[in-house]
Design a protein. Structure first.
Length: 211
């Protein structure tokens, strides 16, 4: 089984809770012999922003025309992200809620894999996801509490990633969310510990899956 772990937090584990979640998750999979694990750190990859350069690169590539340096970079980056995503049976996203949304490099990764004819298509009834057999695991940390009915509409990180995965046809989604550790500093240690126990449990279940 191929597992892709997408890390989208460049803060050290001593400071970033989702970084700590990522590290613990990988550590739990260390001895999982049935799993082929590929990590993709969006902060370390060369990933130019998605825009006209990408469309120009795609058009030139289709016509076998030469690309400039930026076009070559963005096409190489997009193809690398897409290949990693398509090859995975399980995709793990580890990311924080920053300013109500996801980190910019993770947005770029999603822009790269959001491609008509590859991860989704359209028919007479609307969009159809093309990769329904994948499993997605979301590891997310947010300092405030967004699980209440009042705050849920303001949460645009997990909601966004889940919506995109659903758009691709993926419905097998498991989530571990640590929230409120900044809002309730007197309970932060316990909140994080409880969340880490959930991360460990999810990783342990995955590690015992046989192909």
């Amino acid at each position: 089984m191929n597992v892709l772990v997408v890390k989208a937090n460049n803060r050290p584990s001593s400071e970033g809770v989702s970084s700590k979640m990522h590290d613990l998750f990988l550590n739990e999979l260390t001895n999982a012999k049935e799993l082929n694990i590929n990590t993709f750190d969006v902060f370390k990859e060369d990933m130019p922003y998605f825009g006209q350069d990408f469309f120009d690169a795609m058009a030139k590539s289709a016509q076998a025309e030469p690309l400039n340096d930026l076009e070559q970079r963005i096409l190489t980056a997009a193809n690398k992200a897409m290949d990693a995503f398509l090859e995975a049976d399980v995709v793990v996203f580890a990311f924080p809620l920053w300013n109500k949304t996801i980190p910019a490099p993770l947005q770029t990764f999603i822009d790269y894999i959001y491609r008509a004819g590859v991860t989704f298509s359209y028919n007479e009834n609307g969009p159809v996801g093309l990769v329904p057999d994948k499993k997605v695991i979301i590891l997310n940390a947010r300092g405030g509490v967004y699980s209440t009915p009042e705050m849920a509409p303001s949460e645009m990180s997990v909601n966004y990633v889940r919506m995109i995965m659903n758009f691709f046809g993926i419905t097998n989604i498991e989530e571990v969310i640590i929230e409120g550790h900044n809002q309730y500093p007197d309970r932060a240690e316990q909140i994080i510990a409880d969340g880490m126990a959930e991360v460990k449990a999810v990783a342990s279940r995955l590690a015992t899956v046989t192909v």
